[in-house]
Write a protein that binds this ligand. Structure first.
Ligand code: NAI
Length: 328
């Protein structure tokens, strides 16, 4: 197939070229937008990442341009209008699981950094400041941690946290019976967030759970609790999180995702004036760690993403069963 690959960095190109099973690939650095949608003319497929928005208008344009299938290089599909895809007759194929361990391990690194403040210690020591003032953390051993969403990533995180001796609890509308048998305690969202020292988000973003962490649910958090979001920015109301940080309700926040990330993440904006006041305020807090959607970013995950993308492309091109189709 002729595939237009959007939002590509050097590393995407490297892995996709290495695992290509014979398709014609054209790489575009830019995100797919209505301004550049004409580039998709004559392509059978477009290959998209987390911040490429394919809404109704885009679907109509893709259909008009002859695109038959969208190959997502990610698991989440909150950026895709599925009804519009159905009307346009465009199939959506994704990479349902590439390395849940990569995201779970990254989540753990955010917890450890925020708790023991190694990012601050690193800078202090380089400037000859060997003081421990302000660096005190707490033992993760026996600490209560709530996992919101125990799918592939939440499950991998559970096993890591268990290794640390944490008391893990979870909320998921579909509890995993294997994890229950392994000793994981499930409760309601309200129960688990009000009992935990650390709350970590691992559920997909949908209309029903948009801003599920907001001024109401934040009131339930323990004073000084840690909130981690490596899932999707839209799960939390950023303004409400800022207020909770200012009041001390939240003691620390780790974000690998941000609701307005599409304008910022994966780009070098170091010479620009950031126009997004919410993220600028977040960055100014000493107890907030923000990273640019890098939870997935390991060699193994990149290999898996590339391999599955071409398994999907081959299945579609060969008229085979589409195991990774997002059901519309
Ligand atoms: P998954 O589909 O295996 O599991 C999701 C779990 O969330 C399921 O058990 C589901 O029942 C549960 N769930 C659904 N709605 C819920 C709600 N309202 N409250 C609590 N639980 C709910 O997904 P997986 O692979 O574990 O990924 C989770 C999310 O992580 C993805 O949707 C994506 O947004 C994010 N992600 C982030 C990456 C990063 O680089 N930071 C990389 C990959 C995924």
């Amino acid at each position: 197939m002729k595939i237009a690959v959007f939002s590509t960095c050097k590393y995407d190109q490297e892995f996709l070229e290495a695992y290509n099973t014979g398709h014609e690939l054209v790489f575009f650095e830019a995100q797919l937008s209505m301004k550049n949608a004409s580039l998709t003319q004559g392509f059978d497929a477009v290959c998209l990442f987390v911040n490429d928005l394919a809404d109704q208008q885009m679907m109509e344009q893709l259909e008009e341009n002859g695109v038959k299938v969208i190959l997502l290089r990610c698991a989440g599909f909150n950026n895709i209008d599925l009804d519009a895809a159905g009307s346009a007759g465009i199939k959506i194929l994704r990479v349902p699981s590439y390395s849940p361990e990569a995201v779970a391990e990254y989540t753990m690194s955010m917890i450890l950094t925020l708790n023991r403040k190694t990012h601050k210690a690193y800078n202090r020591v380089r400037e000859g400041n060997f003081s421990l003032e302000g660096l005190m953390g707490f033992n993760l051993y026996k600490a209560k941690v709530a996992i919101i969403g125990t799918g592939n990533i939440g499950k991998a995180l559970y096993h890591i946290l268990k290794g640390f001796g944490c008391q893990v609890m979870a909320y998921d509308p579909f509890p995993d019976q294997e994890l229950v048998a392994d000793g994981l305690h499930y409760g309601t969202l309200e129960e688990v967030i009000s009992d935990a020292e650390i709350v970590s988000m691992h559920c997909p973003l949908a209309d029903e759970n948009h801003h599920m962490i907001n001024h109401i649910t934040l009131q339930l958090f323990k004073q000084g609790a840690m909130l981690i979001n490596t899932s999707r920015g839209g799960l939390i109301n950023t303004q409400d999180v800022i207020e909770a940080l200012k009041s001390g309700k939240l003691g620390s926040v780790g974000l690998d995702v941000y609701e307005q990330e599409s304008k910022l993440f994966f780009k070098n904006l170091s010479a620009d004036v950031i126009q997004d006041d919410l993220i600028s305020r977040l960055i100014s807090f000493p107890n907030v760690l923000i990273t640019s959607h890098q939870g997935f970013f390991t060699r193994e995950a990149m290999q898996q993403i590339a391999m599955t993308t071409f398994i999907n492309a081959d299945a579609y091109a060969g008229g085979l069963k589409l195991d990774n189709e997002v059901q519309i």
